[in-house]
Design a protein around this ligand. Structure first.
Ligand SMILES: Cc1cc2nc3c(=O)[nH]c(=O)nc-3n(C[C@H](O)[C@H](O)[C@H](O)COP(=O)(O)OP(=O)(O)OC[C@H]3O[C@@H](n4cnc5c(N)ncnc54)[C@H](O)[C@@H]3O)c2cc1C
Length: 332
């Protein structure tokens, strides 16, 4: 396998590349500027329009299975299809978003291709011709930088670490349909259900309001949902409310949950443990609402309100509504 080029495994949302996939294409372009080769995107379910978008965001080649059934992630199908694409592209590295699907795919793909894998990376750099992968470890308290001896490296990358390139519809690229062993798919997806209330995808939301143990019960999430509706945001959680069954695990943010990188992250009743901050520390603005003025979340927060969320959030909702009424504007 040559040591040139980077392949990005791209995920789609509503038929277009997710924000994280666009960021990975941006990172891949920066890396190939140094190591040479092409930026390829492996996107098993991409149709013509999705492939054109991937090219507009930086891909030189798009590998697709042309299978609408693979538009949504499927472990066996994606592993088989992406493995064929990577063998054809022959890159130095494969970049995958650190999402639930990406974390499932990366080790499978690495094993299939005899590659090394680094998960949850926050930086990928090139030093003296060697790719280095930086990732949080020990509960997010320290970062390690590693390199591998294998020719091919597979990495999952967290959101918000790199900028996407400007969308350029004039960029030229090629779409290749790969043939893969369809019998590799041992499971069939019969039905998919969205979590109730998940109108805005957590990983894509520009505003995230997250609740912790301080909410003191599932009812607290209703209070957060009201604020989320006003701000067109998504509701997330620390691990504690998920473990206690106050909300689904799909809402968990942190080292063992999702990574979010919104413009605004409002942490409500969350102490700010390293395990939690590993999933939201790259948010542009963090606002904390906590009864304890000494809570460590205030070290990361740009603004904070010390107080009981039961009083603070309704007051905030009311203030937003008043502001809108006086300015005569619609929803944010
Ligand atoms: C291997 C491992 C992985 C982990 N992964 C994750 C992860 O992915 N995500 C994650 O979140 N955690 C994770 N954890 C757990 C993590 O270490 C913390 O225990 C957890 O984040 C604490 O959650 P919390 O802030 O909601 O609760 P607490 O630490 O108990 O904080 C509750 C906060 O609420 C405040 N509060 C109380 N009442 C109110 C009120 N009425 N109004 C406003 N504020 C109030 C309190 O002052 C306090 O600061 C992990 C732990 C381990 C060991």
């Amino acid at each position: 396998m040559s040591l040139r080029g980077v392949t990005v495994v791209a995920e789609l949302a509503a038929g277009t590349p997710t924000g994280l996939s666009r960021e990975l294409l941006g990172l891949a372009r920066r890396l190939v500027a140094e190591i040479g080769g092409q930026v390829c995107a492996a996107c098993p379910g991409a149709d013509e329009a999705a492939a054109a978008e991937l090219i507009a965001y930086g891909a030189d080649k798009v590998y697709t299975a042309g299978e609408p059934a693979l538009a949504e992630y499927d472990s066996d199908g994606w592993t088989a299809c992406v493995a064929v694409a990577v063998r054809e592209a022959g890159p130095a590295a494969v970049l995958i978003g650190h999402t639930t699907s990406g974390a499932d795919l990366a080790p499978r793909l690495a094993f299939r291709l005899g590659a090394a894998v680094a998960t949850g990376c926050v930086a990928i750099t090139l030093e003296s011709g060697v790719l280095r992968f930086t990732r949080p470890c020990y509960g997010g308290n320290v970062r390690e930088t590693i390199s591998f001896n294998t020719a091919l490296k597979v990495a999952t990358v967290r959101g918000g670490c790199y900028d996407a390139l400007q969308h350029d519809p004039r960029r030229a690229g090629e779409t290749i349909t790969v043939a893969f062993d369809k019998t590799a798919r041992r499971a069939r997806v019969l039905e998919r259900q969205r979590d109730s209330g998940a109108d805005v995808r957590l990983e894509e939301a520009r505003v995230v309001i997250a609740g912790g143990r301080g909410l003191d019960g599932p009812e607290g999430f209703e209070v957060l949902a009201e604020l989320a509706r006003e701000l067109n945001g998504a509701v997330g959680a620390s691990r504690v409310p998920c473990d206690l069954g106050w909300c689904p695990h799909s809402m968990q943010i942190g080292l063992t949950g999702k990574t979010v990188t919104p413009e605004l992250y409002i942490a409500v009743g969350i102490s700010g443990a390293g395990h939690h901050m590993a999933g939201c520390g790259n948010a542009r603005n963090i606002v904390a609402i906590n009864t304890d003025a000494e809570a460590s979340i205030y070290k990361d927060a740009r603004w904070g309100v010390v107080g009981d969320y039961r009083k603070v959030i309704p007051a905030l909702v009311e203030a937003i509504r008043e502001l809108r009424a006086t300015q005569g504007r619609g929803k944010a």
